[in-house]
Design a protein. Sequence first.
Length: 304
Amino acid sequence: MRSNEIPLIDFLLLGGGLASATAAETLRAAGAEGSIAILCAETTPPYHRPPLSKGFLHNGPKQTNILIRDEAFYREREIDIRLGARVCRVDVESRTIETDRDYFRFGKLLIATGASVDRLAAPGAHLRGIHYLRTVNDALSLYEPILQARRAVVIGASFLGMELAAALAARGVETTLIAREDLLYEKLRSPEISKFFTEYFRQRSVEFIFGEEVKEFSGTTQVEAVVTNSGKVMPCDLVAIGIGVHPETGFLDNSGIEVDGGVLVNQQLETNRPGIYAAGDVANFYNPIARARYRAEHWDNAVK
């Protein structure tokens, strides 16, 4: 396809999350008159992720509105939402984006593709009943099994892992959490906080196994138990895993855009290529307060 046949988008935003939605809204509010398009890999318009592990699992999809804005909001502001558009490649020189079905040229580009879940590679990880939670489809696939589950194992003592354990326990599911760390919220480096929350969850019928990792999942087609590296066997009919995420940057390979633990950006969130920016979970930025570079996997960071 000739470059002049590829549609030109003045402000092209990659990723259907909070960072892209906020950027599009802010552009229009600031008076931007060019074309704006958001490319969403998912088939749901931009939505809030935090409710997925809270109200969504507690109340169900019909009782939980997770959309950041309704479709009319984007339509009235002439913000084009392209659903099911997964980015495959960025050509910096021609300023062209290739998705799994279309091509786009851009004036300015925002990379806000977020992060993907880390997955366990233990034997049996393919069994039914083993769940991760990152997207609305993940939440949908987890909601019904929770209603039927009797015993569950949560793997990972992240904030998400703790929220999953809380949701399961609130549903009356016998829940055990396996953490390779020796303390809950070990990153906070506060034994007092760890002890408080450990007791808080134990009072709500969540049991803990600290200092252990998963050796394997057992079962024929459906998960039946989790086996730890010390040989402990935890029978279950549902497993929920929250062991972390990694930035979604694979499509930037060989693009010339610098990536190191996320997309490297300066204090204006601009990459090493002019007019190409990154924000949200995928951006590796310098924080002058912490005096260090890092990624911030938090909705507040995506908005700011």
